[in-house]
Design a protein around this ligand. Structure first.
Ligand SMILES: [Zn+2]
Length: 338
């Protein structure tokens, strides 16, 4: 955490809403975090209550670090979709049922008394990585967020590609298998990347292949835990189980194909993989092998110049990316107006 005396004003607030927690941060003009807290979402109490608590927490945080309230000039709000970004409205986010149809941007604006910009959480995370994370050296970058689903964000020269209907950069729903037999995606269509490479899909694929491999340690794991998760599959892969390892590397292959599709549309400087499911990232042998397998698939399928020049890496900001990016989007809009 950066002490206020070393920070560069003005300051921006970033508020990242999830199904369980709301992350709240204050960052300086260079994207460095000066204060951070999280509060429970308490979804059943509805969005107005949550926005008022977020604004109150923000005021407490400014006081605590000795920042004058007026030095925080704008706030950015990131939420899961679906949404109408231009209007500031949440449409039907599946993990926030009491928030449907609510103007969450205006509500926060009223509660915190400063301009609020609104973004999809994956696009906000992409902006965070672009501003001060793995994409900071590049003019353009795309982020794949790997978790329960597969999200995406595209940033080109300070601009987040949100689309006309707030459905831009939905990489999880790009098609990697056109056949009738393709896997079913959570959105109701077949063959989408998310149906192959989300944490849910990793578990499903493992369960399907398990019956043909009685020697896999995943059987014992399933019996012991009552269920498999992407994490338990990663642990067994690290411990040397061939089936678990094969499931993880197949996930990398699918993501490599998804990445090539995006590269041939955007031609970004960097393709970054973030989210909770990174198989240990740079810190583990499995994570490094996973990233290399993605790179290998990209080399195999992309234009040679893209395969050679595009930077492929893990995200750097972890779960901070969303609030930092939301603050960064607020900063960009503030500077544009100023
Ligand atoms: Zn889909």
């Amino acid at each position: 955490m950066l002490p206020l005396a070393e920070a560069t004003p003005p300051f921006f607030a970033g508020i990242d809403v999830g199904g369980t927690n709301i992350k709240i941060g204050i960052v300086d003009d260079l994207g460095r975090t000066c204060a951070y807290r999280h509060v429970p979402t308490m979804e059943p109490r509805g969005p107005q209550d949550a926005m008022e608590r977020a604004a109150a927490t923000l005021r407490e945080m400014s006081k605590e670090i000795g920042m004058r309230d007026e030095d925080c000039v704008a706030a950015g709000l990131a939420t899961p979709g679906t949404m109408d970004i231009a209007k500031g409205i949440l449409l039907q986010p599946h993990n926030l049922p009491t928030w449907w149809g609510y103007n969450v941007r205006d509500s926060l604006q009223a509660a915190c008394g400063r301009p609020v910009s609104f973004a999809n959480d994956a696009n906000a995370a992409a902006f965070g990585e672009y501003w001060v994370g793995s994409g900071s050296e590049f003019h353009s970058m795309v982020l794949f967020t790997l978790g329960t689903g597969v999200g995406g964000g595209t940033i080109i020269g300070d601009l987040s590609v949100d689309g006309e209907n707030s459905a831009g950069s939905e990489f999880g729903h790009t098609i990697i298998d056109y056949k009738e037999s393709a896997r079913m995606c959570g959105c109701g269509q077949r063959g989408h990347l998310e149906a192959y490479a989300s944490a849910k899909a990793v578990v499903l694929r493992a369960l399907e292949e398990l019956t043909a491999d009685p020697s896999s340690r995943l059987h014992e794991r399933l019996q012991k835990d009552g269920d498999l998760t992407a994490l338990s599959i990663a642990q067994e892969a690290e411990a040397g189980d061939p089936l678990a390892h094969h499931i993880v590397m197949d996930t990398a292959k699918y993501l490599g194909i998804g990445a090539v599709n995006v590269m041939h549309i955007v031609d970004p400087g960097a393709v970054i993989f973030g989210g909770a499911m990174n198989f240990g990232g740079h810190d583990s042998a499995l994570g490094r092998e996973f990233l290399n397998r993605i790179r290998q698939e990209i080399c195999h399928r992309a234009f040679p110049v893209l395969a050679e020049k595009t930077h492929i890496d893990f995200a750097r900001l972890g779960s901070d990316a969303g609030f930092i990016g939301a603050a960064g989007i607020a900063r960009t809009q503030y500077k544009r107006k100023g």
